[in-house]
Design a protein around this ligand. Structure first.
Ligand code: SAH
Length: 290
């Protein structure tokens, strides 16, 4: 599935627009546009499954009394074109601190210099991964935590579904000597390639459109921010790619599906070291038995 973005337009009388805007930001839209009688929000298409859309409809139904005379809540989903993307979306992506030692900044802002924080500069293009989404953020926080325990400059990592390249670049910043970053979407790979160059990490990161099952070797850290369904489908390959004693970080999992994902990996081959849920999205840190 291409990693494009969708625009959601919701009919919203002024009495309901704040509640709707807050809800959509909480669900992962990096920002909203408030128009007369309408709220617009933006979501990466891989995140917009049937249950996600149902969740939004359920919320609108729960506040339908705010619509009073202005009819029923109406939703329109449209695929974002490049042009709309840059005009409506960019202004919501601002530099942000992540964890104890990272800062993610959009390419069109002055890069803030904060002592002790490593900067990752991202131009998302049409790819997913600005760090504003709860899943990306949780992955970055866990990567930071895990890399602190590893000998710097002496580990290899794998990023499955790299999108904008953000997690691969973070790994390079956090001391990986080699990072292999995969994506099945050529649009994402193009965006990632530009970001890798922008962050001068081309000596460390290799991008590839190969399937995970085709990748040889094993890695100290494997990170995969996909969906619960894709992760479960890839269980066998993901397991094989983690070296003994290494770490597997899994995200993009809606909370009700976390138990199913955990049961695929722990307790047989992995120990569940951490489970973080932010805004309904669960991220798992699994440590492979030695
Ligand atoms: N890693 C980024 C982007 C996550 S979005 C972040 O954390 O923000 C998920 C990405 O995975 C998309 O770019 C999508 O194209 C890619 N993807 C989906 N299924 C995949 C698979 N089976 N193998 C590799 N990439 C996949």
């Amino acid at each position: 599935m291409p990693a494009t973005w969708l625009q959601l337009a919701v009919k919203a009388p002024s009495s309901a627009s704040d509640a709707i805007a807050n809800f959509l930001i909480e669900r992962g839209s990096p920002g909203v546009v408030l128009k007369k009688g309408q709220v617009q929000a933006f979501f990466p298409s891989p995140m917009c499954g049937a249950s996600f859309k149902r969740d939004i409809r359920r919320f609108l139904f729960s506040i339908r009394e705010l619509y009073s005379d202005s009819g029923e809540p109406e939703l329109h989903w449209t695929v974002l074109k490049d042009k709309n993307w840059s005009s409506s979306w960019r202004r919501f992506f601002r530099p942000q601190k992540i964890g104890r030692g990272l800062i993610v900044a959009p390419s069109w802002c002055a890069v803030p210099k904060i002592p002790g924080r490593k900067v990752i500069v991202i131009e998302p293009g049409m790819a997913f991964g600005t760090g504003t989404h709860a899943t990306t953020r949780s992955c970055l926080e866990l990567l930071e935590r895990v890399t602190r325990t590893l000998p710097q400059g002496n580990f290899a990592a794998l990023d499955v579904g790299t999108g904008s390249g953000i997690l691969a670049i973070a790994l390079a910043r956090l001391g990986a000597t080699q990072v292999l970053a995969l994506d099945i979407d050529p649009v994402a790979l193009d965006a990632a390639r530009a970001n890798v160059r922008r962050n001068r990490a081309q000596g460390i990161i290799r991008l590839s459109g190969s399937a995970l099952s085709q990748i040889h070797g094993s890695f100290r850290i494997v990170v995969a921010n996909l969906t619960a369904e894709t992760i479960v489908r890839l269980t066998k390959s993901l397991n094989r790619k983690v070296s003994p004693g290494g770490y597997l970080i899994l995200s993009g999992i809606l909370q009700p599906k976390a138990a199913e994902v955990i049961s695929q990996f722990a307790p047989s081959r992995f120990r569940l070291a951490s489970q973080v849920t932010q805004k309904d999205w669960t991220t798992l840190l699994l440590k492979k038995k030695g």
